[in-house]
Design a protein around this ligand. Structure first.
Ligand SMILES: *[C@@H]1O[C@H](CO)[C@@H](O)[C@H](O)[C@H]1NC(C)=O
Length: 313
């Protein structure tokens, strides 16, 4: 018993070479076991994100939600979706959407661009559905809750009923996948057309009156989809956004109006998601936004508003 305890004593280790050897072998073995364990643990989340299923933005979101339930660990997955800038994914699908990637542009307001969210075919389809029904855009009267003409909004537009056709249903499903908000909470898709000089003055998408929150409660999130490129102007601008608004890579391409805040340039197929509510569900006044006047070309866009509850149609 006395000699055994000496093994662990430094001075006696030097004396006993066989004990030293045994000790070294033990240490080496433990080291390899630890390395192996670390490798196995680290390779689990990696293998799921490398899976060929992770092709589209909506699939990534969906896929990871399912995976995280299985793994009981959702931290890594969500970090990937939330903070990734330039997450390029392979194009390989039945539709003709170009590479999709996600870009977080602001946290106040919470705003994200989903690049190539719609295919060119889908953009043209929405425009063609809406074209015969375009009417001068109105705004909601805060006192009566009814639509009224307005000088702050000079575009023309129309609503496509929720689930209007197969393409609309596909897009609405994809919108729900990306926002994690149910299809039933969405209003019908609004399609808008802005010609040269037409604009939408900065406003909030949430309501401060009791009429407009009767159906579905408050508006919570907005997805603006650009159905066309615009040669000049037509940016979506957030004049109250916090942070350095001139740090965006496209700063030099913005119109004067676009430089009055954080701006997104319309690009066919891109979708801009922003939240009218903070994570604590209070209204976010930094979500103030407008459509800059089109200077050259014309702008087609489509809006999806999500409410906090089911929006009945
Ligand atoms: C904002 O960003 C631009 C471009 O990165 C930089 O030149 C400028 O100095 C920044 N301004 C402030 C106030 O940080």
């Amino acid at each position: 018993m006395g000699s055994k305890s000496k093994i662990y004593h430094r001075s006696s280790l030097r004396k006993s070479s066989s004990s030293t050897l045994l000790f070294s072998v033990l240490i080496t073995c433990s080291f390899f076991v630890i390395i192996l364990l670390a490798f196995v643990i680290l390779s689990i989340p990696n293998s799921s994100s490398d899976s060929p299923k992770a092709r589209e933005v909506n699939n990534i979101v969906h896929h990871h939600t399912v995976e995280s339930r299985k793994n009981g660990d959702d931290r890594g997955d969500h970090r990937e979706v939330n903070s990734v800038i330039h997450h390029t994914v392979e194009r390989k699908n039945e539709d003709d959407r170009a590479d999709q990637w996600v870009e977080v542009i602001s946290w106040e307001p919470r705003a994200v661009i989903y690049h190539n969210f719609l295919s060119q075919h889908e953009c043209e389809h929405l425009i063609n559905l809406a074209k015969p029904h375009m009417e001068k855009s109105t705004v909601v009267d805060e006192e009566t809750g009814k639509s009224k003409d307005s000088r702050v909004r000079t575009s023309s537009g129309t609503f496509l009923a929720r689930g209007f056709d197969e393409t609309v249903r596909t897009i609405e499903k994809r919108l729900s996948d990306l926002t994690f908000l149910p299809v039933e909470n969405g209003e019908g898709l609004q399609v808008l057309h802005y010609e040269v000089g037409q604009r939408y003055e900065p406003h909030f998408d949430y309501f401060l009156d009791p009429f407009n929150t009767k159906n579905g409660g408050q508006r919570m999130a907005t997805v603006l989809m650009y159905l066309s490129d615009v040669e000049e102007g037509g940016e979506t601008v957030f004049p109250s956004a916090k942070g350095n608004v001139s740090a965006v890579p496209w700063w030099n391409e913005l119109s004067e109006c676009g430089k009055e805040g954080l701006s997104v340039k319309p690009k066919m197929g891109d979708a801009l998601l922003f939240w009218s509510m903070k994570p604590d569900a209070s209204l976010d006044s930094s979500s103030l936004h407008g459509g800059c006047p089109v200077i050259k070309g014309n702008k087609w866009s489509s809006t999806k508003w999500f409410h906090v509850e089911e929006y009945k149609v």
